[in-house]
Design a protein around this ligand. Structure first.
Ligand SMILES: [Zn+2]
Ligand SMILES: [Zn+2]
Length: 226
């Protein structure tokens, strides 16, 4: 049984200020018993976090935040792994290509040519979802508040498994709104601080402990993951 979970955290493996070990220690201090490291387009922080998690009594779910595009706007997708398929060499290569803005090569690598995305040089939301699922991830729409309102329905109708209804930047009424959408769409929801730094000046990203899933919510998430 878990009590508090934060499933959206960045480490020094991408643009965060803290190492995976420092994050786990901080999470433990904040009484988080389950977290996920979700660096931008890389899984390189996960193994250290899992190891430190075992030491500090914090369960670490392997995750990633994938950059995709929809109608020329950025859409972030969170992927969570129940096993170690995130270590697949092809997945690592895929992420490295996405990170280096070589989406065309990335898609080619895993035969992802959907034909839906006109611009072959971008990774579409749909292709991002497919790529993550190809490696066994469950897929969650990150911080939906940042999605253009006109595109929200069409994006949510893509084959996501969940929505990050609880995000640091969501007001209580946003949270209520996105939980309702999740329930109506048959999706589960997650919570994420989107932690990047513990310098208080950062308004875009929260601190670990700011927002979390409770026991009942974590239970639902884990039932879908495992
Ligand atoms: Zn993001
Ligand atoms: Zn993020």
């Amino acid at each position: 049984m878990f009590y508090k979970g934060d499933f959206h955290i960045h480490s020094t493996a991408s643009d965060g200020d803290l190492t995976p070990t420092e994050i786990v220690r901080l999470a433990s201090d904040e009484h988080m018993d389950i977290i996920s490291i979700t660096d931008h387009n890389t899984i390189l922080g996960i193994d250290e976090a899992v190891k430190s998690g075992a030491k500090f009594g914090v369960t670490v779910i392997p995750g990633v935040e994938l950059s995709t595009r929809h109608k020329n706007k950025s859409v972030h997708i969170l992927g969570y792994f129940k096993d170690d398929r995130y270590k697949d060499k092809n997945f690592e290569r895929f992420l490295r290509l996405v990170k280096n803005h070589k989406a065309r090569d990335a898609k080619h690598l895993i035969n992802l040519n959907s034909g839906i995305n006109k611009s072959n040089y971008r990774l579409s939301v749909y292709e991002g979802i497919r790529a993550l699922k190809l490696f066994g991830a469950i897929v969650v729409l990150a911080h939906p508040i940042l999605i253009n309102k006109n595109c929200l329905t069409e994006i949510i109708n893509m084959p996501f498994d969940g929505i990050e209804a609880k995000h640091f930047r969501h007001t209580p009424s946003d949270i209520e709104f996105f939980i309702k959408i999740a329930v109506e769409s048959g999706l589960f929801y997650t919570a994420g601080s989107d932690f990047h730094t513990n310098k208080q000046t950062n308004l875009k990203h929260g601190l670990i402990g700011d927002i979390y899933l409770n026991s009942r919510e974590i239970d639902k998430f884990l039932k879908i993951l495992f």
